[in-house]
Design a protein around this ligand. Structure first.
Ligand code: SAH
Length: 291
């Protein structure tokens, strides 16, 4: 299945791309949002697309072929935005946009252990050049450190139980697959708590993914750089997918005197979009204009 971009209409509304303007898509993915922006910035507007995953950059290159004269694609982390912009001599910048998290590709096809519904190696990296994997965290981190990760990044109530059982299990046998981990989680959560709305492994998998990729640190590093490189009057829009991310974005916008808030409340997807694209369910968009 091809990744369906979320909140497209809303992103276009807040970024308001015009002919010949330049934009940065910091998580270009398969190019869903980027293609929409490129249509609006013809004939000469340039687009800088960044993605940490080489596979996604290759996909984006394929999907934006007809605009290749106006597109620059870079396989790096948006946490390095300022350096990337300087190296590419990309200016002036009219708008910057970030669509956090993973793509359908990661869950459905990557084979990297992002999904608790597939039996795969515990990897969870977007960028294969990074050393840290979920397997390393689960097998080598101290039990207390794992507990902290599950609590902080997954808001997992049973973090202590799960961490303890991970530590017990790995003494017997190395934990290398997603299904091994799901079994441990099952053993750690009391039966009465197992019938909730979300799968019992959801929070643990989210927490490990955030830890492996340093997702919250990347976001915190990114926000001031984005405002710094934007031209005056330029716009910054961020789509987040859980409260930890949204809180960081909200507070940064609120406390930054250079940011004029365009979204009083976070913008969410319409019922219609949520039905056709489940990933839109938790999407929240916030946008600012630089003074
Ligand atoms: N907007 C895209 C989908 C983006 S999904 C589209 O419409 O097609 C999120 C993307 O962010 C994924 O491709 C993932 O590889 C990438 N990503 C995750 N962390 C990143 C980081 N630190 N720097 C750059 N890209 C990152």
């Amino acid at each position: 299945m091809i990744h369906a971009p979320v909140l497209v209409k809303e992103i276009l509304q807040y970024l308001n791309p015009q002919p010949n303007e330049n934009f940065i898509d910091c998580t270009v993915g398969e190019g869903g949002h980027t293609l929409e922006i490129l249509q609006k910035t013809a004939p000469f507007g340039k687009l800088l697309g960044i993605d940490a995953d080489k596979h996604q950059i290759d996909k984006a290159r394929e999907n934006t072929r007809e605009f290749s004269q106006r597109v620059i694609l870079i396989n790096d982390s948006y946490a390095h935005l300022k350096e990337i912009v300087e190296k590419a001599r990309f200016a002036p910048i009219d708008g910057i946009f970030l669509d956090l998290g993973y793509s359908s590709f990661h869950i459905e096809e990557s084979g990297r252990g992002f999904s608790f519904l597939k039996d795969e190696p515990l990897d969870m990296r977007y960028d294969a050049r990074n050393e840290l994997t979920a397997e390393i965290i689960v097998n080598r981190y101290p039990e207390q450190e794992i507990e902290k990760i599950l609590r902080q990044f997954g808001e997992e109530k049973f973090a202590k139980h799960i961490a303890r059982n991970i530590a017990k299990e790995r003494d017997q046998k190395k934990i290398t697959t997603t299904f091994q981990l799901v079994e441990i989680i099952k053993k750690s959560i009391p039966g009465r708590a197992q019938s909730g709305k979300i799968h019992i492994a959801t929070r643990t998998f989210q927490a490990l993914r955030i830890a492996v990729n340093g997702e919250l640190d990347n976001l915190k590093a990114f926000l001031p750089q984005a405002l710094a490189v934007l031209k005056n009057g330029g716009r910054l829009a961020v789509i987040s997918f859980h409260s930890l991310e949204d809180r960081i974005v909200k507070n940064f916008f609120k406390n930054n005197s250079e940011a004029q808030i365009l979204t009083d409340k976070p913008v969410t997807a319409s019922q219609e979009e949520i039905i056709s694209n489940p990933r839109a369910r938790s999407a929240k968009l916030r946008a600012v204009m630089k003074y």
